[in-house]
Design a protein around this ligand. Structure first.
Ligand SMILES: *[C@@H]1O[C@H](CO)[C@@H](O)[C@H](O)[C@H]1NC(C)=O
Ligand SMILES: *[C@@H]1O[C@H](CO)[C@@H](O)[C@H](O)[C@H]1NC(C)=O
Ligand SMILES: *[C@@H]1O[C@H](CO)[C@@H](O)[C@H](O)[C@H]1NC(C)=O
Ligand SMILES: *[C@@H]1O[C@H](CO)[C@@H](O)[C@H](O)[C@H]1NC(C)=O
Ligand SMILES: *[C@@H]1O[C@H](CO)[C@@H](O)[C@H](O)[C@H]1NC(C)=O
Ligand SMILES: *[C@@H]1O[C@H](CO)[C@@H](O)[C@H](O)[C@H]1NC(C)=O
Ligand SMILES: *[C@@H]1O[C@H](CO)[C@@H](O)[C@H](O)[C@H]1NC(C)=O
Length: 560
């Protein structure tokens, strides 16, 4: 595993600078650290949990201004680290799979001890009093929640700008967005502000940030992980999952998140087949092979018009396809006109499902603090508490008056007709797999490079197919565009590997084989290579203030 070796081959000594002249060297490198390399340092006594956590906090404090990815830090992170150090010292009990692993949550995961805002000013004082089951599962597995990451406001677009957190900047290209909506998580993980982080995905949001930040992610099969306690958008399309720098960490985190199992409050979790319940995605990771795989390349998910935005994507995919063939996989072209992301998007259910779900989220008795009680209230008064993004405008105004029982988006079909269309699409997808004897479909996450800051929308993304059919996708880095003045390493390019429901394990095995056999793709953003001195934090966890001053003028606040 390249990413682990890196830490062992170049053991850098980090100065732990105390307030006095005395200083202490620690032998843990947070840059590109993995769960395995972090556990190696902890279990061999090279570093304490406090040192591990402090090294990431120090990076956030020193470097967050490059990317503006962090919304808030967990004031209890170091206390928990101290408790874990006491347990390590006493060799007290078994340590969970995420023991002392610094983790960032997208700020739409309910946390009882840190604010949960969706990046929305109107929810700045909203305070869940109960952890989301996913948050609780991560804590139980030993994860240290370092804080919350910025997101596209309420996860409604892919630009990763919010009224509470400002614009998150792509760590590889200071002129571009980091994808979204989980862009704060993507940027943070790319910059080694944590070992890994969580995202949510209603259309593209676990995949677009992975693609734009040279990371791996899993959009799990719908139903695998309970969505209770996550700020909702769509019952049909929402899922949650991990984003990390290597496949191993995605698999470990996915296993922990899926361990919630059946949750009566999210009936989609009843769909999990018995063979999948309790499955360990990390244990089976190396059981795959590229030899003999049949992969379908969706031709309709490319933009073949040559340009500086599209050609790098097409070139990276062509090179990758050649490598896959060289490794013994069969890649077949899928030319069915059904696979047109723009046409498929007509079946999007968000406009119909959003208001009912959001009203229910806001009206839970466990939600404390000052907050609106309905979606309409959130967007009504007082003004000036949310962003109006051009691409979001029609969507939100429609959601305010539509529900699953009626709709006012006149040009479009009724909710029932949509559900019918979705069943038809899901069957057509299944048919493609069966007819072509496929193991998975592959295509670029985005037909073009991730869009510049100030763009009206995150155009060209292909996430809608998995979102509407509930299919699992593992996203992998496949290349970079040529370097430019604002992007010294180039802009990352990612690929989706889509499978039939409950083949998440197979997709992770394919991604693992690609990581191990086709050569390392991921690069560290230039500025994130900096070695940051580790502070002692005797006074506790620092506070980080998001830069709201960098919201592009194209996004007015509160004029809906
Ligand atoms: C971030 O802060 C550091 C240290 O103050 C400074 O050197 C750097 O230029 C800043 N970067 C940005 C993008 O503001
Ligand atoms: C050991 O673990 C138990 C239960 O997990 C806990 O109650 C106890 O305080 C721990 N002891 C130390 C030294 O951490
Ligand atoms: C599942 O939950 C959704 C959302 O709460 C609800 O609309 C639907 O009726 C439920 N279906 C069943 C079969 O319980
Ligand atoms: C395809 O890419 C070209 C060049 O970047 C762009 O002008 C065009 O709008 C894109 N087409 C679509 C359908 O997105
Ligand atoms: C894809 O669908 C859109 C919207 O229905 C349509 O305008 C476009 O021509 C289609 N593209 C292709 C290549 O058929
Ligand atoms: C749709 O139904 C909701 C109640 O479920 C109602 O508040 C709303 O006004 C209705 N919209 C239209 C356009 O009838
Ligand atoms: C079902 O899908 C097929 C294949 O895409 C399409 O030709 C057909 O029109 C669809 N039927 C309905 C009722 O949506």
């Amino acid at each position: 595993m390249v990413s682990n070796l890196r830490t062992f081959l170049y053991p850098v000594l980090f100065l732990l600078s105390l307030h006095t002249a005395s200083a202490q060297a620690i032998a843990f490198d947070p840059r590109e650290a993995t769960i395995a390399s972090t556990h190696h340092s902890l279990y061999t006594g090279l570093a304490t949990c406090r040192e591990v956590v402090s090294s990431f906090l120090s990076r956030i404090e020193a470097l967050n201004n490059h990317t503006n990815a962090i919304l808030s830090l967990n004031p209890h992170a170091l206390d928990l680290a101290d408790q874990y150090d006491a347990r390590l010292k006493a060799n007290n009990g078994s340590f969970g799979p995420l023991f002392c692993i610094p983790t960032l949550l997208k700020d739409n995961y309910d946390t009882a001890d840190i604010p949960t805002t969706g990046g929305n000013l109107a929810l700045a004082h909203s305070r869940p009093s109960v952890d989301a089951p996913a948050t609780a599962a991560l804590k139980k597995a030993g994860a240290i929640i370092l804080g919350k990451a910025n997101l596209h406001e309420l996860a409604l677009e892919g630009l990763s700008v919010s009224s509470l957190g400002g614009q998150t900047i792509d760590p590889y290209d200071s002129s571009r967005t980091p994808g979204g909506s989980s862009g704060g998580t993507g940027a943070s993980v790319a910059a080694s502000f944590a070992v890994w982080g969580t995202g949510t995905d209603t259309v593209n949001s676990l995949r677009s940030p992975a693609s734009a930040n040279s990371l791996f992610s899993c959009r799990p099969t719908r139903g695998l992980i309970s969505r209770t306690g996550i700020i909702p958008i769509s019952y049909t399309q929402d899922v949650i999952g991990p984003i990390a720098r290597c496949v191993e960490d995605v698999a470990t985190a996915l296993t922990v998140m899926a361990s919630i199992g059946f949750d009566a409050a999210d009936n989609a979790t009843a769909l999990v087949p018995s063979g999948i319940r309790g499955f360990d995605y990390a244990a089976s990771l190396s059981q795959g092979s590229l030899k003999g795989l049949r992969l379908g390349l969706i031709e309709g998910f490319f933009n073949r018009t040559a340009s500086s935005e599209t050609t790098p994507v097409n070139d990276a995919m062509a090179q990758l396809t050649a490598k896959l063939r060289g490794a013994g996989a069969t890649v077949v072209s899928i030319t069915d006109s059904l696979y047109n992301a723009t046409a498929i998007a007509a079946l999007d259910t968000q406009r119909y499902e959003y208001r009912e779900l959001m009203d229910a989220y806001l009206q839970r008795p466990s939600l404390k603090g000052q907050h609106p009680d309905t979606l309409n209230e959130l967007y009504a008064t007082p003004p000036g508490e949310f962003l109006v993004i051009p691409s979001q405008y029609e969507y939100v105004t429609t959601a305010l008056v539509s529900s699953t029982g009626n709709q006012t988006w006149e040009a479009k079909p009724s909710y029932d007709a949509l559900q019918h269309g979705l069943r038809n699409l899901t069957l057509a997808l299944q048919e493609t797999f069966t007819k072509q004897k496929l193991d998975a479909l592959i295509y670029p996450e985005q037909k073009n490079l991730v869009v510049p800051i100030g763009s009206p929308s995150q155009s060209g993304r292909n996430g809608i197919l998995a979102a509407l059919t509930g299919s699992p996708v593992v996203t992998v880095p496949v290349g970079f565009s040529p370097a430019t003045a604002t992007a010294p390493e180039g802009v990352p390019i990612g690929m989706e590997i889509l499978g039939l429901p409950w083949t998440d394990g197979l997709l992770l095995q394919i991604a693992h084989e690609m990581q191990e056999k086709l050569g390392r793709v991921r690069k560290t953003p230039g500025w994130a290579k900096e070695v940051v001195g580790v502070k002692a934090y005797a006074g506790g966890v620092p506070t980080v203030t998001p830069n709201r001053g960098n919201i592009p003028p194209a996004y007015p606040i509160g004029v809906l």
